[in-house]
Design a protein around this ligand. Structure first.
Ligand SMILES: *Cc1c(COP(=O)(O)O)cnc(C)c1O
Length: 390
């Protein structure tokens, strides 16, 4: 028996892995100490647990423990990176380069910084969702201090040429920040090989709990300085004050540990299922995949269904399959996805697109079921609309 609706929206959030939950539970009850309590065993134990988790989180991205700053999630980490760098380096320059398909958690802080005097370049992406490296190179100015380009896009799953981007930033003397929330734990991410200076990610996209994330902040070559955006008790080496969410952090560590061990197997399995789904859905007339198909996360596909509006499709499907049109944060609005529009899609076709994102527990049966349901829903919707036109 399938549990319905089949969940194919793992880019919005993932279920907590039972092994993660098990690791977290004692830290709500018996081991409830405050990691900043220095005078007793409760505090020491919590501190020890956080230290262990921090090592695991660091290991997943080949960083040092001291380079991990825990936050409430990727949104906060994005804000801390952008605002913290701007505030620190504004004496050197006020120009930031980003791109027009970033998550709102990057675009909105950039808009905010513009009001504070930042100059922001929003690079356009090519029709395949990747930025043009020549365009990046020519957009530098003498006052450029930061490049912020996402690792993998949440709506179409495309993976940016991170090594090339970071090399250009380095050559130009700017710091490189990446929102890697969709990439970490899904594909190999190595902050040194990838040349990353700051990187945001979270737990709830990798089978951990909501409400916790991290900002990686490079400590050497170069040592990145960051102005805190949350002042208080001086936690997280002064960069993010506030009592640590110990259970969630412990779970984040466990989630990272599982990714280290199982990521490549999961990616292989999900990639096979994604390909099966994609090939079957492309058999429907008037369909196409959005974004570069080679440089792409293995568990994601974004498909346009000509003449079948996604609102209608999702309404027809929502008892059977949980999918999304665009990102979770945008799904409240009827506006077509700005990411798809940035690829050059017209409003109509952008409004007729669905994102399917598979996960660790997605089964072959679920994919077979989804193929059947989506195919029927698209055909029915198209029949209905041609009847209406007559
Ligand atoms: C989910 C997501 C975020 C927001 O993460 P939260 O931890 O929910 O704040 C930011 N950026 C990207 C690319 C995401 O996919």
């Amino acid at each position: 028996m399938l549990r319905l609706p089949v969940y194919l929206d793992h880019n919005a959030t993932t279920p907590c892995d039972p092994r993660v939950l098990e690791a977290m539970l004692p830290y709500f009850t018996e081991d409830f100490g405050n990691a900043a309590s220095r005078n007793h065993a409760y505090g020491w134990q919590a501190e020890e647990a956080v230290k262990y988790a921090r090592e695991k989180v660091a290991n997943l991205i080949s960083a040092e423990s001291q380079e991990i700053i825990f936050t409430s999630g990727a949104t906060e980490a994005d804000n801390l990176a952008l605002k913290g760098v701007f505030e620190t380096y504004v004496g050197k320059g006020n120009h930031i380069i980003t791109c027009n398909i970033e998550h709102r958690a990057v675009l909105d802080p950039c808009r905010h910084l513009e009001k504070l005097g930042a100059e922001i370049t929003y690079l356009k992406v090519k029709t395949d969702g990747l930025i043009d490296l020549d365009e990046l190179e020519s957009s530098f100015k003498s006052n450029t201090v930061l490049v912020g380009i996402m690792y993998a896009n949440n709506e179409i799953g495309t993976i940016m040429p991170i090594k090339e981007i970071s090399a250009i930033a380095k050559k130009k003397g700017a710091l490189f920040f990446t929102d890697a929330t969709q990439a970490v734990g899904k594909i190999p991410v190595d902050v040194n090989e990838d040349g990353i200076d700051l990187m945001a990610f979270n737990a709830h996209k990798i089978y951990g709990s909501k409400g916790v994330g991290a900002l990686y902040v490079r400590r050497k070559n170069p040592r990145v300085k960051l102005a805190a955006q949350m002042d208080g008790g001086g936690h997280e080496r002064g960069m993010r004050s506030g009592t640590l969410n110990v259970p969630a952090i412990v779970g984040f560590g466990r989630a990272c540990e599982i990714c280290i061990n199982e990521m490549s197997g999961d990616a292989q399995r999900m990639g096979d299922l994604r390909d099966k789904l994609e090939i079957a859905l492309l058999d429907i007339e008037g369909t196409s995949v959005n974004g570069n198909k080679q440089s792409r996360l293995p568990h994601v596909t974004n498909i346009s269904f000509k003449y079948a509006e996604s609102e209608g499709l999702m309404a027809a499907l929502n008892k059977d399959i949980a999918v999304s049109s665009g990102s979770a944060c945008m799904s409240a609005s009827l506006e077509p996805s700005y990411v798809l529009k940035a690829l050059g899609l017209g409003d109509d076709i952008a409004r007729s697109s669905l994102r399917f994102s598979l996960g660790r527990y997605t089964t072959n049966d679920e994919i077979d079921y989804s193929i059947e349901k989506v195919t029927n829903a698209v055909n029915q919707l198209r029949e209905m609309s041609t009847h209406l036109e007559k």
